[in-house]
Design a protein around this ligand. Sequence first.
Ligand code: ZN
Length: 59
Amino acid sequence: MQVEESISCPYCGQEFGLVIDTSVGLQRFTTDCEVCCRPFEVVVESEPGEILSLDVLGN
Ligand SMILES: [Zn+2]
């Protein structure tokens, strides 16, 4: 089950939407900011259909 969550880039502060697969309990992945194109790490804890916590980690 996928949920769209809005996150803020740790570098430029731009908010944008990210689609999270909530069937995975805990996931950690790298994504690129849509605006400044810098990669950053996202850590998501979720239950199916619901995001429990979402952390954005810059370098
Ligand atoms: Zn950015």
